[in-house]
Write a protein that binds this ligand. Structure first.
Ligand code: ZN
Length: 308
C-alpha cells in the first residue's frame, strides 16, 4: 500500500493559489440530499427484490430521466435474474444504465458505476447503507449531471447497479450485455463507500493492475481534508486486496481496466449504524469532486494512455 503525497514545494504553491488548484463542479447540497433520501428508513435498506429495493431503482431511474440520459440498452432499465449463492431461490434485479454521448470521434468509452442496493432489514433494524452505497450512487448521478451540461469528448456509460451485495450480480449482468460488449470500454470508475472517513483517507485501488493510470492520478489537484492513497490491490493479501470486492471486479475479469474509489471499513460497515448523520460531508464532497476531476483527466487523454 503506497501513500502518495505531493512534494512540499508543490503543496506550498497550492496553498497560495488554493482556489485555482481545487476546482469545484458538483452541487454539494444536491449530492448530500440524494444520500439522505436513499438512506432514510422508508427505503428499508434497499435490498434487491424488496419494496425498498424497487424504490431505490425508481429513484435512480427518475434522476436519469430528469437529466435526459440516453439508454445504453433499449431502455434505461436492464432487468436480470440470478440464483442466490445460498439457496435455489431466484432473484430479480434491475440495473439503471444511461449514456452521455461524447463530442469526439473516438470509439473508446468509459464506465462510471455504483451499486444502489444494500442489506435491507434484519431483526427489525434497518441497514440504511448511507456510505454503502448511497454515497457512490449519489456521486454517480451528480457526475452524470455535470457531463450532461459539459459534454465529454468520449462517450460515458453511467450505471446504477443492483444486487452488488448478493455477489456483484448487477455488474456481471452489465458486463455481459451489449452495452459493454459491443463498445470499446477503456476503463470503469467504480465508487462504493466514499463518504465516511474521520481520517480523511480515500483509497483508489487498481493501479497495481493498470500502472498506466498512476501518472493521471498523480496529476490531480490536492484537496483539503482528503488524502488519496493508492493500494488494496495486491494479490495474495486476502481481504486487503479489493480487486474483486465490488462491482469493478467483473470489469477486471473481462480485461477492462478499473479504478475503484472507496474508504476502509469503519464501525458502520454492514451495520445498522451506517447512517446519514455519520458520514463526513466535507470529505465526501471533496471525494466526489476528486473522482470527477479524475474522469475529466482520463477523458482528455484516453486515446493516448496505455493502461498496462
Ligand atoms: Zn457496497
Amino acid at each position: 500500500m503506497k501513500e502518495f503525497r505531493l512534494p512540499p514545494v508543490i503543496t506550498l504553491s497550492i496553498i497560495i493559489i488554493g482556489c485555482v488548484a481545487s476546482p469545484t463542479r458538483i452541487d454539494k447540497a444536491r449530492l448530500l440530499s440524494h444520500v439522505e433520501t436513499l438512506s432514510s428508513d422508508i427505503y428499508m435498506g434497499r435490498q434487491t427484490g424488496t419494496d425498498g429495493g424497487i424504490m431505490a431503482q425508481t429513484y435512480v431511474k427518475n434522476e436519469m430521466e430528469i437529466m435526459n440520459l440516453n439508454p445504453c440498452l433499449e431502455t434505461l432499465q436492464q432487468p436480470f435474474s440470478f440464483n442466490s449463492r445460498r439457496s435455489e431461490t431466484q432473484f430479480a434485479g434491475v440495473n439503471m444504465v444511461g449514456i452521455v454521448e461524447g463530442t469526439g470521434s473516438s470509439v473508446k468509452t468509459m464506465a462510471v458505476t455504483a451499486h444502489f442496493d444494500h442489506l435491507g432489514t434484519r431483526n427489525e433494524a434497518v441497514y440504511n447503507g448511507a456510505d454503502d452505497n448511497a454515497s457512490g450512487t449519489a456521486a454517480m448521478l451528480e457526475i452524470a449531471r455535470y457531463f450532461t451540461l459539459n459534454p465529454p469528448v468520449h462517450t460515458i456509460i453511467f450505471a446504477g447497479l443492483d444486487a452488488e451485495e448478493m455477489g456483484l450480480q448487477g455488474a456481471r449482468a452489465l458486463v455481459d450485455s451489449p452495452c459493454i460488449m459491443e463498445r470499446e470500454v477503456a476503463i470503469d470508475f467504480n465508487m462504493d463507500m466514499i463518504s465516511r472517513s474521520t481520517k480523511g483517507e480515500l483509497y483508489v485501488s487498481g493501479t497495481r493492475h493498470y500502472p498506466g493510470t498512476k501518472a493521471v492520478l498523480e496529476d490531480l489537484s490536492p484537496r483539503e481534508g482528503l488524502t488519496l492513497l493508492l493500494g488494496h490491490d495486491e494479490p495474495g493479501t486476502g481481504s486487503e486486496d479489493w480487486t474483486s470486492a465490488s462491482d469493478h471486479g467483473p470489469f477486471h475479469q473481462a480485461d477492462i481496466p478499473f479504478l475503484y474509489f472507496g474508504v476502509e471499513d469503519h464501525p458502520g460497515y454492514h451495520q445498522p449504524t451506517d447512517d446519514f448523520q455519520d458520514i463526513t460531508p466535507e470529505f465526501y464532497y471533496q471525494a466526489a469532486e476528486l473522482i470527477l476531476e479524475t474522469i475529466l483527466k482520463f477523458d482528455a487523454q484516453l486515446d493516448s494512455i496505455s493502461f498496462k
